[in-house]
Ligand binder design. Structure first.
Ligand code: ATP
Ligand code: MG
Length: 238
């Protein structure tokens, strides 16, 4: 029996037949503002509750912005190890910011993997979030390079003992290719926006989950003051 871990969103665990298989990489896909970052932080907070070490690679927002956003929910994220990026003014290059002493590498896929590796060497990290894969993809101008590098990132993540949630923005202009990463991931969770009587509502579905059965229905989802809540018993259109 494969070990399942909770996502931090109870209704989603029901849809997943108990949670995610430990040690594998998963994609969390959705358009802008649908709650991807909130859900990803819930996933890491669930790890903290179990005394796990967790890592957030924040390539979209600075650690300070993330901290402020999450304080809206009353969530203290100081126990989450955050790696973010900063732009150097003169040349406009992006750098990875990490608490590693003397470390300030230019943001490339190999420097990102090095930073993650050195953290894994020092600490027993169990959960990782990468926010977002789109940021990694935007490092590459050619589709061939992008595919090869995304593949090597996913392969690297599969070799770690960590359960990884990789945020993938959909509908972005920067997308050169679609779905390739969905084949590489062990599972794919998608957040959708649906219009109902003039109101924009959210829903969530599981597109793929290797090694376990899962709910094939699309279910209503809400962002509340407690974070993302999924309603696994409800149908979208009634
Ligand atoms: N207390 C709250 N109650 C309800 N909704 C909230 C609350 N706080 C924030 N939101 C909603 O959460 C959304 C932002 O969530 P989040 O940052 O997780 O989205 P995202 O999918 O990561 O977006 P992006 O693609 O821009 O990074 C906003 O659309 C906002 O309306
Ligand atoms: Mg986000």
């Amino acid at each position: 029996m494969m070990e399942k871990i909770n996502t931090g969103a109870p209704g989603l665990d029901d849809m997943l037949g108990g949670g995610l298989v430990r040690g594998r990489p998963y994609l969390l896909c959705g358009g802008p503002g649908v709650g991807k970052t909130i859900l990803a932080i819930q996933f890491l907070r669930e790890g903290l509750l179990n005394a796990e070490k967790v890592l957030y690679i924040s390539l979209e927002e600075t650690a300070d912005q993330l901290k402020n956003d999450m304080s809206e929910f009353g969530w203290d994220i100081s126990d989450i190890d955050v790696v973010d990026t900063a732009q150097e003014i003169t040349e406009g290059k992006m750098f990875l910011r990490t608490d590693e002493v003397g470390s300030h590498p230019e943001f490339t896929l190999s420097s990102l993997i090095e930073v993650i590796n050195s953290k894994l060497d020092k600490q027993n990290i169990k959960r990782i979030v990468i926010d977002s894969l789109t940021s990694v993809m935007s490092l590459y101008e050619s589709k061939v390079d992008m595919r090869r590098n995304v593949m090597s990132l996913m392969n690297f993540l599969s070799t770690t003992d960590c359960t990884t949630l990789i945020i993938d923005e959909v509908g972005g202009l920067s997308r050169l290719d679609s779905v390739m990463e969905e084949f590489l991931a062990s599972g794919v969770i998608k957040i959708h926006t649906v219009e109902k009587k003039g109101e924009m509502l959210h829903s969530i579905s599981i597109e793929k989950m290797r090694g376990s059965d899962f709910d094939k229905h699309i279910r209503p989802m809400k962002i509340t003051s407690n974070g993302v809540v999924v309603f696994p018993e409800e149908t979208l259109f009634e």
